[in-house]
Design a protein around this ligand. Structure first.
Ligand code: SAM
Length: 234
């Protein structure tokens, strides 16, 4: 991958960044996303934030090699601390991290959010706690996507802070819009997940040490939801 050829995953994210955005890409690694978007004329300014030094230097190198130093500011910072008020950021992307990590970055960086930024989130797992955070903080989910690349399932969640919103436990688990759209990628993901969860339940049943009842009940509830989604066990 390079700024000319993004992965299918980042290409989907790129398509969801509003035209002309001032983007903060947090956890930018090589800064491929903001550099690709800038080359395409799709954004007007970007911050590439990175916590770890090696990817921070990689981001600096990509921006320098592409002669974009005046329009992409690479910053060594923890989460949303990379964003300054004068940046007038209108969109934030947080991609390729666990959903819990993205949630923690949003939560600990709340002071850096104006509430006007569109969030474009691409969690690798942990979508449920991330959606819970969005709901708890008045973000409405505007778009969701599921895709598979290199044998990994990915989700993309786009949200705006619009005011109070309520999602049911199943909507938080599967994604409110994915539940409606039921795309092939989404259904295939949950078919695979169902097999894994059923295996886990069978292991719990065989376990000699015994598994905490609450944990087993939680997995059994999820299996029930997934079977209902897929129309199995009717
Ligand atoms: C797996 S990479 C994903 C890179 C790129 N966003 C993508 O989707 O291809 C995750 C990056 O997030 C960075 N990261 C993790 N926690 C962070 C934080 N609190 N603040 C900034 N960057 C963070 C890591 O150092 C790593 O480079």
């Amino acid at each position: 991958m390079n700024p000319q050829t993004l992965s299918a995953r980042l290409e989907r994210v790129a398509a969801l960044v509003p035209a002309g955005a001032r983007l903060a890409d947090i956890g930018s690694d090589h800064a491929y996303l903001p550099v690709a978007l800038m080359h395409r004329g799709a954004i007007t300014f970007a911050v590439a934030g990175e916590l770890a030094l090696t990817p921070f230097h990689a981001a600096e190198r990509t921006v320098y090699d592409n002669q974009l130093g005046e329009r992409i500011s690479v910053r060594h910072a923890d989460g949303l601390a990379a964003i300054q008020p004068q940046d007038q950021i209108s969109a934030i992307s947080l991609c390729g991290m666990g959903g819990e990590t993205i949630r923690d970055i949003l939560d600990s960086g709340k002071a850096h959010l104006s509430g006007l930024e569109r969030l474009i989130l691409q969690p690798n797992g942990g979508e449920q706690p991330l959606r819970q955070w969005l709901m708890d903080h008045n973000y409405r989910i505007l778009h969701e996507d599921a895709l598979r690349e290199n044998r990994f399932d990915y989700e993309i969640i786009v949200a705006d802070r619009t005011g109070p919103v309520r999602y049911s436990p199943e909507e938080l688990y599967f994604g409110p819009l994915q539940l409606q759209a039921r795309t092939p990628a989404f259904l295939l993901k949950w078919q695979r997940r169902l097999r894994l969860k059923q295996k886990t339940l069978a292991q719990f049943a065989r376990s000699r040490q015994g598994v905490a009842q609450e944990k087993a009940q939680g997995v059994a509830r999820e299996v029930g939801w997934i079977m209902a989604l897929l129309g199995e066990g009717d």
